[in-house]
Design a protein around this ligand. Structure first.
Ligand code: ZN
Ligand code: ZN
Length: 173
């Protein structure tokens, strides 16, 4: 969704609240495409502060399905998004001018682009369906949370075998 801000940008000390929709259906990044499973319309507040700065504030939550790092099952991950932006209106602060922000298109605010940027910066380093997720068997691909496969019984991991040896020696003493 795009919100036209020309009226606010040109009206000194004007304050407006607008209910906005997040139209974004998925979060697409170089990591892949992740469906957004839950989102809600929310209120954004716009303030023209003395014709010097435009403030954009609001809060919302989106839930994105992200595969577990170990077993690849989708995990609903919720993002609390707090928007608190300041855009320079005087033209003296080039780093914070309207032109530099990807979510500003002329005097239009691109709500989806704004949300996208917020998700991007809070993307989790690690996603697990549960702390003790057993993952998938590297040999047969079975989800070890759901089932036990026979791979480990038939052919132990060499590292495990080494540990087993030490353990057995220890027992003999
Ligand atoms: Zn998992
Ligand atoms: Zn297996």
């Amino acid at each position: 969704m795009r919100v036209e801000l020309a009226d606010i940008i040109t009206s000194e000390n004007k304050e407006v609240s607008k209910r906005v929709e997040v139209e974004l259906m998925s979060f697409d990044s170089k990591l892949g495409r992740f469906p957004i499973v839950k989102k809600a319309p929310f209120e954004l507040k716009f303030v023209n502060e003395n014709n010097k700065r435009l403030l954009i504030q609001g809060k919302t939550k989106v839930t994105i399905a992200i595969p577990c790092d170990r077993c690849l099952e989708d995990v609903d991950s919720s993002f609390s998004i707090v928007i608190d932006k300041e855009i320079d209106l005087t033209g003296s602060d080039e780093e914070n001018s309207m032109e530099v922000f990807s979510y500003m298109i002329g005097t239009n605010l691109d709500v989806d682009q704004l949300i996208f940027g917020e998700i991007l910066v809070s993307w989790p380093m690690k996603v697990l369906c549960r702390e003790d997720c057993k993952g998938i068997c590297k040999r047969c691909g079975a989800n070890l949370n759901m089932t036990e496969c026979q791979c480990q019984n038939t052919e132990p991991d060499p590292r495990m075998a080494a540990i087993q040896d030490i353990f057995n020696k220890f027992k003999e003493v």
